[in-house]
Each structure stands twice: as C-alpha cells, then as structure tokens.
Design a protein around this ligand. Structure first.
Ligand SMILES: [Zn+2]
Length: 108
C-alpha cells in the first residue's frame, strides 16, 4: 500500500486527512502514536519510517488523493502569503507593496 501523504508533523497529516474526507475519499492514518515511542524507547535508526502516514482505503483513489493534496498544499502556502486590499478587496501576492488593481498601499 502506498501512503498518499507522509509528514513528521501529525497535525499536517490530520489536516490532509480532513481534506480527503471532505472530498469523499475514505482514508486512515498510520503511525499516529508510534513515532515518539519508536525513537525514544525502541531506538529506531530511521525515524522517517515511523512518520505519520496517510493511506486511502481504495487504492484506485491514490492518484486522485495525491493530486488533491498537492493542489491544496501548494495553493494553501500561496494563499497564506497573500494580503487583501482594504479598498477593493483584491488579493495581492506578499511581494507587492501596493494593490495591483487600485494602487492602495499594503496595510501593515
Ligand atoms: Zn485594491
């Protein structure tokens, strides 16, 4: 079975799970609790093997799930850096110091 998403941060894996579930893709998380145990108690030399991993129940949905997550995490990062013009409500990239549409200065 192939994980569709692996991240040492369980919060991000849980977030990915929510995305898939809201898109109607059934999925589950493995290694939810094993990571810290594996590293500290069992002395695993490769903690990456124990990172929380997200799997889809239906293998035929693996590609769809990966694409969904890729899109989501890509646009999610871009959206976070954007700012909204207080005058015209247009979204601007973080690198812009004034609104591309109405030239209002970026709010502090
Ligand atoms: Zn504007």
């Amino acid at each position: 079975m192939t994980p569709v998403f692996v991240d040492p941060d369980l919060t991000r894996v849980g977030f990915a799970k929510n995305i898939l579930e809201s898109a109607g893709i059934s999925c589950f998380v493995q290694n939810e609790n094993t990571r810290s145990l594996g590293v500290s108690v069992m002395g695993f030399s490769n903690p990456a093997l124990l990172d929380p991993a997200l799997f889809v129940t239906d293998e035929t949905q693996v590609e769809a799930a990966k694409e969904l997550l890729r899109d989501h995490f890509a646009t999610g990062a871009a959206t976070a850096a954007e700012w909204t013009c207080p005058a015209c409500k247009e979204s601007n990239p973080s690198s812009f110091d004034e609104c591309w549409k109405c030239q209002t200065a970026k709010p502090q």
